[in-house]
Design a protein around this ligand. Structure first.
Ligand SMILES: [Zn+2]
Length: 89
């Protein structure tokens, strides 16, 4: 009898995680795209996400397809900040 392989987070060494559908962002040159509903194992300690091989392959295929605009479900507008700007305080 074999136990399930124990989860061990490489970032925080937590031993517990849960399955979750996450939203993930990818840069394609100067274009930022978001993929919703990506199945991931999420660390309960620090929130680090782990994707299995099938998920990684599928994301690679999507990246390879160039994320065509006509397939997008929605468009987001995002604020852009500069690291050089000090926050007034
Ligand atoms: Zn962790």
């Amino acid at each position: 009898m074999h136990a399930m392989p124990a989860f061990a987070c490489t970032a925080c060494h937590s031993a517990s995680a849960h399955d979750e559908r996450v939203r993930s962002a990818f840069w394609q040159h100067e274009r930022l795209v978001v993929v919703d509903g990506v199945p991931a194992l999420v660390c309960d300690g620090c929130g680090e996400r782990y994707y299995d091989d099938a998920t990684s392959t599928r994301l690679d295929l999507m990246r390879g397809s160039g994320f065509p605009d006509q397939r997008a479900r929605a468009t987001l507008q995002v604020p852009v900040f500069s690291f050089d700007d000090l926050v007034p305080g």
